[in-house]
Design a protein around this ligand. Sequence first.
Ligand code: NAD
Length: 471
Amino acid sequence: MKILNKNYINGSWVDWNGDMADVHEAANGDVIARVPMSDPGQMELAIAAAHAAFEAWSESSVEQRVNVLGQLHAGLKQRAPEIAEAVSREVGMPLKLATAIQAGLPATVTKTYTDMLPEFPFVEQSGNSEVQYAPVGVVGCITPWNYPLHQIILKVVPAIAAGCTVVLKPSEIAPQAAFILADILDETDLPAGVFNMVCGAGQTVGETLIRHPDVRMLSFTGSTRTGHAIAHAAADDFKRIALEMGGKSASVVLSDADLEAAVKGTVSNCLLNSGQTCTALTRLLVPADRHDEACKLAAAAAARMTPGNPLDEATRLGPLASAQQRDRVVDYIRLGVAEGATLVAGGPDAPEGLDKGYFVQATVFGNVDPNSTIAQEEIFGPVLCVIPYSDEAEALRTANGTAYGLSGAVWSADQEKAKAFAAKLRTGQVTVNGGGFNPLAPFGGFGHSGIGREFGKWGLEEFLEVRSLQL
Ligand code: NAD
């Protein structure tokens, strides 16, 4: 077991002798690490350090920032196996996925900003004005457990690249990668106080961070409920906010689409990381006359998602991250049955032989009423709702008929038709016929899914104020 009784403040590890929280291995419930449940005093120290470091870092050269990001990139690559294993154990993510998304993607994102920085126009001419981009100030970064390091990197790297200083409060459920990140940054030339990390509960250190007057921006990923609390706290002090929150994304299969490819693509997306993905395509919208065939295909695809220990190579479906999350998802599955949806695959019982740990079966519901709770609320588990529609107008109304607006997918034999439909979806990103991921494209939500964008130049601009000099 790892005892991580320290926070990273002002360029050093500061010992913590107070309350600690257990970090559990998702596959068996064993305690694998203990981390600080810090008090507000620790957070105050971190904010003071970030505040003191801001002026000098805001004036640092692009070369200085590129040098640090390059060192971070090298460190992430070097420690990739350690990061992947830690996340795989605490989140339940299959090791191969953790290697790609928790170690590979953070390194890629860091590289994109390292490459972008020398080209970014921090000063532009507009008529007789010089337009300048200035860092926002001290940024509070608050992150969740589902893709822990990826979500941290998407905030910390562009914030530092923009010239901001940072206080990170990682999720107390999956904190180990944040400690590794702090360790890596400690080895770089980053000046003391530019990056700080305090581990603890949202209700204590999180609250201190979101209410502190010296923090000028809050960059948050997590639930819509917490995002709401953060937006309220920020409004009191006119802090800038960037919120990445939940989703209930629709995968719309148009009548001319290759149904098998569409269902396969949707199921593997929906069940990625056992459904603990904000962009998960959790609603599969199919023409009514192809509903039964779609359900059969979805059940077959779900059956191919072998459940098991995430460290085993054969595992495609790991456990959920916590007992609480498992119970929440099982309650939704029971509710789906009670609401009258047809259980096509899976169900509320743990997968056979996997009673220890936080496992849930890959579950598919058919004939789901688009207004029912399981079709409206984010379940954040391996649950797909198949919803029949009668015509494209109804499909569009249903797809746009939730409070969320994060992601979506459209499938059609005619790419232009799919693009035209995609343009009507009220979401931040849409995959057309299974199109690939691009780390330079903007990512974020409409409606209750969020405010602001991450990735690419849009992710950097979130951390910059604009000012003009009239000449
Ligand atoms: P959560 O909102 O419970 O917690 C997220 C973070 O906020 C944690 O670090 C937590 O300690 C902190 N927090 C909680 N209350 C706080 C408060 N009052 N003040 C300050 N900080 C507080 O979310 P979670 O359970 O960790 O993550 C799952 C949720 O995150 C899902 O709803 C999912 O959709 C969402 N999510 C969204 C995205 C996205 O990019 N849109 C990505 C991943 C996860």
